[in-house]
Design a protein around this ligand. Sequence first.
Ligand code: TRP
Length: 354
Amino acid sequence: MNDKEVVLSGIRATGNLHLGNYYGALSKFVKMQNDYDCLYFIADLHALTTTPDPNILHENVKNILAEYLAAGINPDNATIFVQSDVPEISEMYLLLNMHVGIGELMRTTSFKDKARKQLGIKSGSEDEDIEKQIIGTDSNKRVNAGLLTYPTLMAVDILIQKAHKVPVGKDQEQHLELTRRFARRFNSFYGVDLFPEPQNFNFGTQSVKVPGLDGSGKMGKSEGNCIYLIDDEKVLRKKVMRAVTDEGPTEPNQPISAPVQNLLTLMELTSAPEIVQQYRDAYADCSIRYGDMKKQLAEDILKVTTPIRERYHDIRNDDAYIARVVRQGAERARERASKTLAEVREIMGIRKFY
Ligand code: TRP
């Protein structure tokens, strides 16, 4: 295990996983676990930055754990753990914050977006307005400091495990860039060579953008256009049958409209190539029937999700198994984390007298 490169990725504990999460991340995590020393974790501390209901947070952590396992992550191959089970992360987060600038955190895109939301400001408004409101005196409206330091915490997740490769989507690229900057800064400030600079990683495959069912863009929790891995058959079929299409092609070989292209993209992920081609041809010669296409798509998605859903329910009901998995994961994650933390403390001059 030790000569393999370390791959680490986390997912915030908010809601269930959808097909976008599956094709964008989870299915690749499953493949990577044999070739790399993989750590996958549920970022429950990061989820706190948007102050979830405590009961829902705990349920969400459990759901995602069960989904990871059901999708094929093998806890004997990969280390699966819950972020809050590794207290070393919280301690190093405090230490690393001493080398992070408030300004660079405030300029992070995701911070500005979420701060706007917490303040109830429209998305078009100037950055200056946000800054004024953040330091303004109205105490009912506040942006929590945890949100500001989200990138520090994420950097610590990565650096404490000395990860080389971090498979994340485009939206996390800026956080990863900050992580590299913090690693370089720490190394050069103390004249050490402690942290490798982590790189994004898509396992040699093209990154996929999984479209939603509403004809617009990407599948996303907040867009309400998702197919969840654990949707039961009825729900899933209904969602697919309601997917947005167009009026139907009127001329041969006309360009494919965006909503229909979205359905074809979903088919490319789940259906056999001949089937995708069949519907492309049917669009081109104007014989396409969207009802048939959707039925086919629903069946093919179900072929992927049904076994996952079935395993999910078994695992979700097996508290003892889940506890065993996360305890083993926490032990492994803490072993490395405590080594790194001890090095960081020593380097920074935090030493014990006794
Ligand atoms: N910020 C990531 C997201 O929202 C989740 C995350 C937290 C993460 N810590 C991480 C991802 C460390 C990769 C590595 O998707």
